[in-house]
Design a protein around this ligand. Sequence first.
Ligand code: ATP
Ligand code: MG
Length: 425
Amino acid sequence: MTSTKQQDILRLVFKLIFYFSVVFVFCFVVLLVVGKLGTVGYVVGGLVIIAMLSISFFLYKKIDSQLAVTISQTNYTEDSAFTSLYDRSPVAYLTIKTSGEVIGGNPASVKLFRGTTDSINEVNFYNLIPIDSEVEPSILKSKVDAGVTINDIETPLQTFDGEIIWVLLSVYKHGSYEERLVSLVDVTEQKHIDTAKSEFVALATHQLRTPISAIRWNVELLRNDMKDSQTEKQTRYLTKIERNVIRMINLINDFLSVSKLEMGTFATKDEDIVLSDFFSSIVDEFIEKINEKNITINRSESSSSLTIRADSRLFHIIVSNLVSNAVKYLNPGGNLNLSFELKGDQLELVVADNGIGIPEPEVEKLFIKFYRASNAQAHQTEGTGLGLYIVKQSVERLGGVIRVETAEDKGARFIVNIPAQVVSN
Ligand code: ATP
Ligand code: MG
């Protein structure tokens, strides 16, 4: 008989005896009160009550012990299922203390780190993160200490034979108060493929730059040469060629920036940037389109002489892409607001417009490579969806953050906060 069936029967018998006892005691007391019980009645009644109490007590104990067995069996089954998963999983798991001390690892972790069970148990987890890694061990430790769940952070780790591997790191609370379960998904191969892809794009785009620049200069020469004899049709063709060549150059530059930022080879060079002049030069880049669409520019600057020291190419990527988007997604006669302000040691840049905005469900995808919102595709067919991705990469390269406030048909407000090294204010 299964233990649950046994328990059900025991419970039923217990209930029957309990109800019978209640009825019996009631009758006994009534007979006692009306004085209908003789000496034999007292003795027999008393004995029956004692017997029923004993049986009830016995049954209660039995049910209790059966329940304890079932609970411990369930715990055992859960524990053994966990142990079996832990041991057989292809994903590496480490059990660590919040201090980083490794107290156990599954066979996959031993394989991942190319060590032995003993060597794994001797390390401090935080020491496996290489010194120059973007993941700061002290920040990671403070999160682990606080019991925050960490999900899929891409991080490099050092193996026992000194090689660097890439993993998706997750940390969960597990076991006792100061124990954590660390899962490590090996993505070294994907990382190598990504790097190879970025290297290829960097190389290909770099090589494409020279012939395309040559086309551009030659079209310009041709236009100059034919200045006096050009027919209307020829002028139209040349303009079209020029426009597309410029588009291609911009695309190539974007691809090149993306691959360099992704590979971490975007060489930065700090120089003084007078922000007011810098914003003016970017507005100038788009002046034709701004005039054509009759866009009003409003500028608000905390100081016209605010000068900071930063990489001007990254700054240019950020502001020019945001302004380009605002101009592109504004309706004729719209407003474009540009502002910068020093907030403590942070510089806040805001590029805001009252254009088509972004539908709420799509906002979180905006910074993904090649993503274009549905209304933008309907409004303006040209665009690759790379701009905001490069902007985000550049902002992060400068140690800052970017966010957007928007509503469809109301406009978009992009806010960038970057740690600033102020030269003069
Ligand atoms: P490109 O790569 O040529 O810049 P794009 O402008 O479409 O193309 P992103 O700059 O990456 O791409 O912008 C991504 C998407 O975000 C856009 O397609 C658009 O849907 C939305 N978006 C960005 N800026 C604005 C804005 N100011 N107003 C409304 N939508 C915007
Ligand atoms: Mg864009």
